[in-house]
Design a protein around this ligand. Sequence first.
Ligand code: ADP
Length: 631
Amino acid sequence: MPPGGHGGRIGRGFLTEEEKANQPKVTPELLKRVFSYLMPYSRQLALVLACILASSVFSLMPAILTGKIIDEGLLRRDMRALVTYIVLSLAVTLASSLIGVGEAYINTWIAQHITRDMRNEMYGHLQQMSQRFFTTNNQGDIITRMTSDIDGVQQIITNTFRSILSNSITLVVAMVAMFQKNWILALIGIVVVPLFTIPTRRAGKTRWTLTREAQECNDEINGILNETLSVSGQLLVKLFGMEETERTRYEKANERMVVLNIRERMAGRWFFMILSTFTSVGPMLIYLAGGLLMIRYGHDLTVGDITVMVTLLGRMYMPVNSLMNIQVDWIRSMALFTRIFEYFDMPVEISDAKDASVPDTIGGEVVFDHVDFGYDPEKQILKDVCFSLESGNSIAIVGPSGSGKSTIINLIPRLYDVGAGTVFFDGLDVRKWKLSDLRKHIGVVSQETYLFNGTIRENLLYAKPDATEAEMIEACKKANIYEFVEKQEAGLDTMVGNRGLKLSGGEKQRISIARVLLKDPALFIFDEATSALDSISESKIQEAIDPIIQSRTSILIAHRLSTILAADEILVVKDGCVVERGKHRDLVKAGGVYTELYETQFQKKEEQTLEDLHIKQLPTGVGTEEEEGAV
Ligand code: ADP
């Protein structure tokens, strides 16, 4: 259901087939939950209720005062009484409007605060959701839930709930006032009002159905036009000699449209006819019955009383009509709440263990102990992965694309949980760590670098909010990006996002290396870019990464021989299994998967790099495009 379901005029009071099929189950739990969002604002809600009550009573007062104006002013020819009641009547109308303004303010205030609470809760919940959630759900859906759906709640509070309250109160007040005057006329009123609303409802429904049919027919006509009047469509029509058939098809649809449009227009006319007839039948009945009582049965009803009854009756149509539509709004509202709550109820897949602890020493040591894993439980990706990385050492993971290298890495900061086996970080099962602690000690530079739309400084501070200028410069130098930053007019305050300077892939990558260096984690993880970068950029990144690999605990997914050689050990992964591990020299000799990769990929890439470097560094002395920060 689109949240616009609350807004569209025609059909607002009717459910579509789809909505009918997916009606929410309104359980006491659901209602309790909805009301739990209202409870913090119970005082303001009480005030709104009081305002609605006062405003309804005041808005009906002029109708009641009409009786006095007629009986005591006009009929008795008493000018003073006449003016007094007129002034009083105007005053209460004004009061009612003023209260209405106040009520609208409080109501909007409550709605805004409730939606704020829900948004904050939803955002907080989404932040806790696992990576799996974000990779399996459509980003558009997630954002719709955060924006339109919660806006829908605001509508429910300012429109639906308010409408139920104010219409019910107006109706009750009007009925009480009528019964006080005369119960017979009041009863007539109660019978007449629904009689009026039933036919208008039916007429409305007919009109709604016709409008929808006309819309469908219109779509069909547009379809025909698009199909047959396009260049290729026309060619097809001509080559198959279908001109006549297409013309008949178009004419038929056109004919149907004519009929539908006429019917819809006429349904509109009938609608207004019924509306005007019934609105005048009601008062006439009251006049007739009132007249009968007064003239035939000598009842002490006055002319003013009868006029009051007629006016009050007129005031009842609107609330009754609205309340009849309310059921639909109510169902839609509950459906909306149900959908929002479904999101709230999605379990947090990866959360802190209750007995979370922190090891005494943190050195970045990683152990995979017989790890199995699949994104989808049906499809296993990693099979019995075992390896260990000692503190201070580095491992290069190599393997064909899709073999599970990134997947292995994802398990260390617990973006996903293992299916079987255990991943240990510094001797402690990653599931036993406090998530924030675990992730604090792991720094990842992924292939697809993500920088927030802001300045370089802001992006760096994301890793360490209290970093000093000197620390940032130091990190940039180590990441081989400082030269670039210095060249920019704004230096560290250069915008990286779409409003500022666009950075090249290599620059972004190096800023993200600087970011990780500032974070200063115990374990560095690099997912080496495969193809996006040119060789010059690659070598600059290489220069930045090499010292880290040599001095810090690190894991890298490597595609180039130079990076692979920088690591202490090589892990060869194929089809989710670790098939070989060791030093380059031994692995090349072994004649297995690694040898094959070496011959088909690494060697070629290395030759290419050397070639590129050679050509690009010819004596022109001009900086490369990348160095000048273009693109
Ligand atoms: P590599 O890094 O070696 O190229 P990956 O670890 O990215 O390989 O992928 C291993 C396998 O897991 C591939 O078959 C890939 O399609 C699958 N895969 C990767 N990420 C996801 C995901 N988020 N959801 C489902 N399957 C995935």
